[in-house]
Each structure stands twice: as C-alpha cells, then as structure tokens.
Design a protein around this ligand. Structure first.
Ligand code: APR
Length: 272
C-alpha cells in the first residue's frame, strides 16, 4: 500500500465513522472483475457498439411485438447476446462481498445499484435498490408488476416459432399491460416506485460511497450531488477519475475488488 493510498483510506474511514447514514451508488466497475464489461471506457459495451439513443424506449413502445420477435433471435445482435451470457454466468467478487460485510456490520444502510446483474443479492446483501432494473425480471410498463424472466422463457421454450410469435408481446397477469425486460432502456423513465426509494434513501444520507461508476447517467448521478449540497460527504472508489471527482471528499484509486476489502479491514481494526 503506497503512502497516498493509506492516507486516503484513513480519511475515508474517518468520514464513515463520523457519518450517521452511509449509502452507496454502485456502477458497472464493481462487476468488472466478475467478467462483465463496463459500458464506457476501454472495452466498454457502448465504446464498442455505440450508446443507444433515447429512442430505444420509444421504439419499444411503438412496436413491442417486433421488439420481442427481434429479441428471440440471438444471432441478431451477438454483442448483446454475449453481454447477457456473461451476466448469467457471473459470480460476485471480493468487492460485492465486502459491501455485504459493511451492510452486515450495520455501517452501510443501503445500496443504489445501476447494475442489472443481481450480484449484490448473490453476495448476500438485502438493502438494495436496482435503479436500472434487473436482468432476472420482466416488468409491466403500465402497472410495474414484475415476474421472473425465466418463467416466460420456460413457458414458451417448447413452442414452435409461429406459436411463440402469437404470444408476443407477453402481457401482464395483473393488468393485461405489455411486459418488457425490467432493465431500463435509454429514454425510459425510472419506474416511480424505484425512483421514490432512491430519493428516500438519498434524503436520509450524509455520506455516499460512489463505487465503480462514471457518474454520467441521470438521475443516478444526481444523488451524490444532492447529498453534497446538503453538507454530506462523497467517497469515490474508482481506478480512474469520474465526472464527480472534483466534488468528492476523498478518492480511493484501485479496483473495488481490493479497495473495498481494504476499507472493511481498516474500519474493522479501528473498531477493535
Ligand atoms: N473497479 C472499480 N471501478 C472500475 C473498475 C474496477 N475494476 N474497472 C473500471 N471501473 C470504473 C471505470 O473507471 C468507470 O468509471 O467503472 C466505471 C464504469 O463506468 P460506466 O461504464 O459508465 O458504467 P456506469 O457508471 O455503471 O454506467 C451507468 O449507464 O449505460 C448505462 O444502464 C447503464 O447502468 C449503466 C449506466
């Protein structure tokens, strides 16, 4: 551990110990060492295939049947298929497990994650809001009712292509509305119940850990700024600088699969 790193770690521990309600805003960087590519930066999904525009959701709403038919064809978009496959096979890394420990020790009150991979839950965490949805679910665009994606897939698996198409788009068992993947599309509003929970947690917080996110996508990136405006603290955990580095109280550089365990260890030694 170099000197600067030690000083920044000690500063972060000091801030956390003086805070009453610590939360985290988490991004793709946390899952990078679980084999899931990030979106921006080197090797990022959008860096490779270009960021989808705000019309992504509008196009879905305009013609959900075509979207679902297109979605059936895994050859149609190999990058998308590959991204989905690595998510489905991914396991939590030391970063996820260390966040679970902070939650378990009562230090971390809540995690707002932009990740759709479900790895926080796989690591044992429970106080999680998935602001961009989850790959595991499909959701009704009218009443926000959610069901497991696998339930749909297994219900149509044995059908012929023609029969499958007749059942698309899947309809909501509660209100008959159109179902879409729970993962939030570009141009899609965050489901109101989810956004509400993020706002409630942010309002309670006086310290936020910004974990592996470029903090470029809104409304997620507004939460640390809201906390800072109220006199709260921002602790940035990222190997590189982000769009909020300037307003961060301390930046811990390195992969979160090692920096968060270091933070847990330091917090632990300080307590005993
Ligand atoms: N450990 C920690 N952070 C890392 C690591 C690592 N091993 N590797 C990369 N990072 C950092 C990068 O420096 C970058 O700041 O992770 C961040 C990833 O940024 P993005 O790719 O922009 O991902 P994210 O911030 O989660 O994007 C937000 O954008 O495209 C949408 O819906 C998508 O949820 C996503 C949202």
């Amino acid at each position: 551990m170099n000197g600067t790193y030690k000083i920044h770690l000690a500063k972060a521990v000091n801030i956390i110990q003086k805070s009453n309600y610590v939360i985290a805003l988490v991004g793709a960087g946390l899952s990078a060492e679980s084999g899931i590519p990030t979106f921006r930066g080197k090797g990022g999904l959008w860096t490779k295939k270009g960021e989808p525009g705000p019309s992504q959701y509008r196009n879905f709403v305009k013609d959900p049947k075509s979207w679902w038919i297109n979605n059936l064809d895994e050859q149609q978009d190999p990058e998308r298929t590959n991204f989905r496959n690595v998510i489905d096979k991914a396991k939590p890394n030391q970063g996820h497990l260390a966040l679970y420990e902070l939650e378990h020790d009562g230090i971390l009150k809540h995690q707002i994650t932009q990740n759709v991979d479900g790895l926080h839950f796989a690591a044992g965490s429970i106080n999680i809001t998935e602001i961009h949805g989850s790959r595991a679910n499909i959701r009704c665009i009218s009443c926000e009712f959610k069901t497991p994606r696998v339930a749909l897939e297994s219900s149509i698996a044995k059908l012929s292509y023609t029969e499958k198409i007749k059942l698309l788009p899947p309809s909501c068992h509660r209100c008959g509305g159109v179902m879409k993947p729970d993962t939030v599309m570009f141009g899609e509003p965050i489901p109101s119940s989810v956004l509400e929970e993020c706002v409630v947690q942010t309002k309670k917080s006086d310290c936020i850990l910004m974990v592996g996110t470029s903090a470029t996508v809104y409304p997620a990136a507004s939460f640390p700024q809201e906390i800072k405006t109220r006199g709260g603290k921002i602790i940035e955990l990222n190997p590189s600088s982000t769009s909020l580095s300037e307003i961060s109280d301390v930046s811990i550089r390195g992969s979160t699969s090692s920096t968060i365990p270091d933070l847990v260890k330091k917090l632990g030694t300080q307590q005993h």
